[in-house]
Design a protein around this ligand. Structure first.
Ligand code: PXP
Length: 239
């Protein structure tokens, strides 16, 4: 059964709208866990536009499931990760101008540097996923780099508007997940997944975990985080 890691970044986005103390992503994470989430994800960006260092440090002390820290492969973030020691790090590409992470990592570039970077984290006992586009080559590079898993980028599938495009993107995700499992890595998936499109992706039973943020936090505005998480868990389990 695939797990669900709830990304609480957008609770912090609302907090940031007024530079206030609330809503607090730490409280949201606690509520998501109480509703059954299997893990909590936060992305600490270089510009600290939503999640702040304080959130990550408190979450380390309060998250009882699995804390996944999304971050760019920079020296600054390496220091944060080695101090916080999350259960898992997901390395993502990061651009200041983007609204959200736009694409997967170019894992072919700087293989040696990434290998070293991933090595530092794994030596500290942290599992490391690389966020990649659904391409077999990227899965093979992730294996070579020494990652413990990959997170397959589902954004293009989520944005596909025709049935044909959706099917073709879903096939790319399926093939990447199958290769990931064959190489003995953990297969995660995420980005742009919502209460409608999750049904198709969750049929790929080899996926170990989904990382879902925006849709769950947006739904929480109407029904509360408890129901929003439970509904998403139900869709994943019934797929
Ligand atoms: N996975 C990664 C690597 C991401 O960067 C994000 C967005 O922060 C997500 C998953 C969650 O995407 P969404 O908010 O669209 O569910």
């Amino acid at each position: 059964m695939a797990k669900l890691s709830v990304n609480v970044d957008h609770v912090a986005t609302i907090r940031q709208a007024r530079r206030a103390l609330e809503p607090d992503p730490v409280t949201a994470a606690l509520k998501a866990e109480l509703a059954g989430a299997d893990g909590i994800t936060v992305h600490l960006r270089e510009d600290r536009r939503h999640i702040h260092d304080r959130d990550v440090f408190i979450l380390r002390k309060t998250v009882k499931t699995v804390l996944n820290l999304e971050m760019a492969a920079t020296q600054e973030m390496l220091s944060v990760a080695l101090e916080v020691k999350p259960d898992m790090v997901t390395i993502v590409p990061e651009k200041r101008q983007e609204l959200t992470t736009e694409g997967g990592l170019d894992v072919r570039k700087d293989v040696d540097a990434l290998k070293k970077y991933v090595g530092f984290l794994r030596e500290a006992g942290i599992n490391v996923n690389l966020f990649i586009d659904p391409m077999p080559e990227s899965v093979k590079y992730s294996h070579r780099i020494g990652a413990s898993g990959v997170e397959v980028h589902t954004g293009r599938f989520a944005e596909a508007r025709t049935l044909q495009a959706k099917e073709s993107e879903l096939k790319r995700i399926y093939d990447s997940v199958m290769l990931t499992k064959k190489l003995g890595l953990r297969a995660h998936a995420g980005h742009g997944l919502d209460y409608v499109n999750i049904k198709d992706v969750a049929r790929i039973k080899e996926i170990d975990e989904f990382a879902i943020g925006f849709a769950v936090i947006a739904r929480s505005v109407y029904v509360g985080i408890d129901d929003a998480v439970k509904e998403m868990l139900g869709l994943i389990r019934r797929a």
